[in-house]
Write a protein that binds this ligand. Structure first.
Ligand code: ZN
Length: 240
């Protein structure tokens, strides 16, 4: 085992406080469910939510974060641009980022992708089957060839993202749609993983395969010993 990996789980934390059914699925919020799952797998976690000052994402917190997990949905527009820029800059510097489900429309993800990040969706309690399409990838470690979530929100292509560096999962839904549900990117020195499942009305983040994916992704996205990069004017290394 190497040194500890510090994970910050950011959650909008509005649905769970406003809707009785969702509160029953995630009594302490999606962030706490993810935190418990990751703690159980050996990670050091902290949580941050929208309604905290600076959304809980101060420079001190971000500088002490190896991997940031992001769940947001109905209040993307309330996330301050200043905080978005702070997160983006930390990703460029090497902080890992895992964007979950409706986080596809977060300011942070759209800013890092540079596309609309739009998609097709419906809430009809369809079954989702996630196929591992990249079995050698570290994010697929320990998983079966496919796994199923009995009920989820459906997302469908086209998903307007830049062509991913790697696709780890493709989802099929019982309504007939398919979706690139596990996509990797790098931006600057930072590694980014988008993972689709996790609509707030379903117990998706209590599923052990989903927890395995997220913990694999944390391990994959944590910063390594990457070279120090400097930009701007630079001296010649050879004399002419
Ligand atoms: Zn959703």
């Amino acid at each position: 085992m190497g040194e500890v990996t510090k994970v910050t789980i950011w959650n909008e934390f509005r649905h769970e406080r406003e809707n009785e059914h969702i509160a029953s699925v995630y009594p302490n919020g999606i962030h706490q469910a993810l935190s418990d799952a990751l703690k159980g797998r050996g990670f050091v976690t902290r949580t941050a939510t929208l309604d905290e000052p600076s959304h809980g994402l101060t420079d001190d917190v971000l500088n002490d974060t190896d991997v940031l997990i992001w769940w947001g949905h109905k209040a993307h527009h309330e996330v301050q641009d200043e905080v978005v820029e702070r997160v983006v800059k930390r990703v460029w510097q090497g902080m890992g980022l895992i964007v979950l489900h409706s986080g596809h429309f977060s300011k942070v993800f759209k800013r890092l992708m540079g596309t609309s990040c739009d998609l097709r969706w419906r809430e009809e309690d369809e079954k989702e089957r996630l196929w591992v399409v990249n079995p050698a990838h570290p994010i697929a470690e320990g998983l079966p060839a496919y796994f199923e979530l009995p009920q989820e929100e459906t997302y469908g292509e086209h998903f307007d993202i830049p062509t991913p560096d790697e696709i780890v999962f493709v989802s099929w839904f019982s309504g007939g749609d398919v979706f690139r549900s596990g996509c990797t990117y790098t931006r600057g020195k930072g590694k980014i993983f988008y993972f689709r499942p996790g609509h707030e009305t379903y117990p998706t983040y209590h599923d052990s395969n989903v927890q395995q994916v997220i913990s694999n992704a944390v391990r994959w996205a944590k910063p390594g010993q990457s070279p120090e990069i400097s930009y701007g004017h630079s001296q010649a290394l050879e004399s002419k």
